[in-house]
Write a protein that binds this ligand. Structure first.
Ligand SMILES: *[C@@H]1O[C@H](CO)[C@@H](O)[C@H](O)[C@H]1NC(C)=O
Ligand SMILES: *[C@@H]1O[C@H](CO)[C@@H](O)[C@H](O)[C@H]1NC(C)=O
Ligand SMILES: *[C@@H]1O[C@H](CO)[C@@H](O)[C@H](O)[C@H]1NC(C)=O
Ligand SMILES: *[C@@H]1O[C@H](CO)[C@@H](O)[C@H](O)[C@H]1NC(C)=O
Ligand SMILES: *[C@@H]1O[C@H](CO)[C@@H](O)[C@H](O)[C@H]1NC(C)=O
Ligand SMILES: *[C@@H]1O[C@H](CO)[C@@H](O)[C@H](O)[C@H]1NC(C)=O
Length: 585
């Protein structure tokens, strides 16, 4: 059969046109529907779009944030992903992702703030805030349906304004930071229906899987606590959810993370994503590791023998020194000596007393440092040790002389300073341990009837504090302005006597402090006298103003300020901000 050449040519031309239009005009983004990366700098890896302080480390780990405060870091897949097929109306296709991450908090027990797997119409989130907003939204954007934002948050701070369930949870966020569903982080071991708890900010690597079934409109989230564990059969969250109104046809996928006053380093080690099937789980052995690679020792034998000799030598010397020291300086501190005024402690003594600053002994965390409980080895006296780091030698000297001047003050309504110690860049202040902790715990113990103070007790505490304040202001040879009177600085001893703590410490912020969140104005929001923000000069009157706020707080059990905006919006130095926030409370 012979066809004339012209129709053949026309047919070919037509086919070519159809092909061209379908490949380059209908799907301009040519969205890739699956990828898997073990580390982000192998030649096969794409270049993630990084914003904020996010970096890819030399060995390929996506480091979203470090421990600097109030930072945002994001890493997004550079090209948009197609989530809706043109022929299936508005349905969102199934998608599946797996990633390995770890969170290393600055202070062992306190993560800040977390990271979120995010699907969004943009990669750069204009106006987004750090802290509780995880770099995704801000106060005005929060809740607006035109955000088209879907996020699975791995949240390590409990933000009450978003009704967070705890400080270690997985939550699904749609257009707002308040999760539509949340569950404490945990995982299942196959064949056992007990959910095991999982600490997100332990610094250990955790693998997470997020699977959305487009036809059944169901979202499953699974975590695994052991890096080598296969994907557990049971998800920790399995909820019906319809994403068709949230997703556009094409969206960007990636991770967003932020820090606030509390901070963590957030890392992502590997990531797989798939819209055509289940995402492959990551292979632990292929993932980059945070630990630097150990080099093999060539001269092992030589090094071993020299170090052996050295070790024997050191043992002999230090053993001798120890024996001599034992004989020479066996000084036992009697408990009465603690009453004579602040004295230097040895670093080792404090280290032993707090079992090496064990996190089990952590009492609290404040702008000026972390506080540990300890028991002095010899006298068995209970102490509280405040650990302040990051001071220069000069800063330490000035700070100490100030603390010690004030530390000589003795009054039954002040928490006595027992002494101090210095260790390299660190300053340790030793206080008497107050058995009942700080007053704010009692005022805001919503559902624990044991903890609620009677009127008599409240009156006594207020009275004690006013006595202490009068002493600081008028009865000592110099006038001492406390500068940070608040419920958190009122401590209760074993008989529930109120005692003012941290006096003089507020001055700490003056000397080139590295506490980034405290600005020129010293004090705590809600307790600041209005004129302070203008003059910046603390006086006995501004102390009395703060005392007034404390009084109201103790009487009515409400915070002076209930934060509805970000701390950085309030402590911005704008004078108006304070009065505005005050009227809100
Ligand atoms: C990533 O970026 C580098 C430098 O801009 C470029 O040389 C490289 O080709 C990019 N890799 C890919 C996979 O796009
Ligand atoms: C965190 O990263 C930023 C940007 O790379 C850097 O400027 C800052 O010094 C880092 N902070 C710490 C504590 O390493
Ligand atoms: C939140 O972000 C939007 C969009 O960038 C901006 O218009 C708005 O002013 C921001 N709101 C706040 C409180 O920062
Ligand atoms: C939601 O965002 C859109 C676009 O940014 C804006 O026009 C609208 O006013 C916002 N709605 C609310 C309730 O804030
Ligand atoms: C399931 O795990 C829990 C906690 O590890 C354990 O106490 C329990 O015995 C296990 N149950 C079964 C059936 O293995
Ligand atoms: C995506 O799913 C398809 C179908 O199950 C599978 O062949 C492919 O390997 C998956 N890709 C990734 C990166 O997980």
């Amino acid at each position: 059969m012979q066809l004339p050449p012209l129709p053949w040519l026309l047919l070919l031309l037509l086919l070519l046109l159809v092909h061209l239009s379908s490949s380059s005009f209908i799907h301009p983004a040519s969205s890739q529907s699956s990828f898997i990366y073990h580390g982000f700098n192998s030649p096969a890896s794409t270049n993630l779009t990084l914003t904020g302080i996010a970096r890819v480390t030399p060995n390929g780990i996506l480091k979203l944030t470090n421990v600097s405060s109030h930072q945002i870091g994001r890493g997004f897949y550079p090209d948009p992903i197609r989530f809706k097929n043109p022929d299936s109306q508005n349905d969102v296709v199934s998608f599946s992702t797996a990633f390995a991450f770890s969170i290393h908090p600055k202070f062992q027990k306190l993560g800040g703030h977390g990271l979120a797997f995010t699907v969004s119409p943009t990669k750069d989130f204009p106006g987004a805030q750090p802290s509780q907003f995880l770099g995704l939204l801000n106060v005005t954007l929060n809740g607006n349906t035109s955000n088209h934002l879907f996020a699975v948050e791995l949240d390590t701070v409990q933000d009450l304004e978003f009704s967070d369930i705890d400080n270690n949870h997985v939550g699904v966020d749609i257009n707002r930071m308040k999760s539509v569903n949340a569950t404490p982080a945990g995982f299942f071991v196959d064949g056992n229906s007990t959910k095991l708890p999982l600490c997100l900010h332990s610094g250990r690597m955790i693998q997470a899987w997020i699977d959305y079934d487009g036809s059944n409109r169901q979202l499953d989230i699974t975590l695994s606590g052991f890096v080598r564990q296969n994907k557990p059969a049971t998800p920790i969250m399995s909820i019906p959810i319809d994403l068709s109104a949230v997703f556009h046809d094409e969206m960007f996928v990636g991770f967003s993370s932020s820090t606030g006053v509390l901070t963590s380093s957030h890392y992502v080690f590997g990531w797989s994503f798939n819209t055509t099937g289940k995402a492959k789980s990551l292979d632990h052995d292929l993932l980059p590791s945070l630990q630097p690679l150990k080099k093999k020792n060539k001269g092992f034998v030589i090094k071993f023998s020299t170090s052996l000799i050295l070790a024997v030598f050191i043992v002999v010397i230090s053993g001798g020194a120890y024996v001599i020291k034992k004989f020479k300086t066996k000084e036992v501190v009697e408990s009465w000596e603690l009453d004579l005024g602040p004295r230097p402690f040895s670093y080792k003594e404090l280290k032993d007393a707090t079992k090496g600053f064990n996190e089990k002994h952590l009492l609290g965390f404040g702008g000026s440092g972390t506080v540990y409980k300890g028991v002095l080895p010899d006298s068995k006296a209970e102490i509280a040790v405040k650990r302040i780091s990051g001071k220069s030698k000069q800063g330490q000297k000035e700070f100490l002389s100030e603390v010690l001047t004030v530390g000589r003050l003795r009054h039954r309504s002040l928490v006595p300073l027992l002494g101090w110690s210095r260790n390299k860049g660190e300053l340790l202040l030793v206080y008497d341990f107050m058995a009942n902790g700080s007053l704010d715990k009692y005022i805001y113990s919503d559902n624990d009837p044991k903890m609620i103070l009677t009127w008599g007790q409240r009156f006594k505490i207020i009275n004690d504090i006013s006595n202490g304040l009068l002493y600081l202001h008028e009865e000592w040879e110099q006038t001492v302005v406390h500068r940070d009177i608040k419920a958190g600085n009122v401590l209760l001893d074993s008989d529930l006597n109120g005692r003012l703590g941290d006096f003089g410490l507020a001055k700490l912020y003056d000397h080139g402090s590295n506490v980034a969140t405290t600005t020129r104005v010293v004090g705590t929001l809600g307790y600041l006298a209005p004129e302070l923000t203008r003059t910046g000069k603390p006086t006995t009157s501004s102390d009395v103003y703060a005392f007034g706020a404390l009084l109201l707080e103790v009487v009515c059990g409400r915070r002076p300020v209930e934060l509805k905006a970000l701390p950085e919006e309030l402590i911005g130095g704008e004078t108006g901000a304070y009065s505005r926030s005050w009227t809100r409370g």
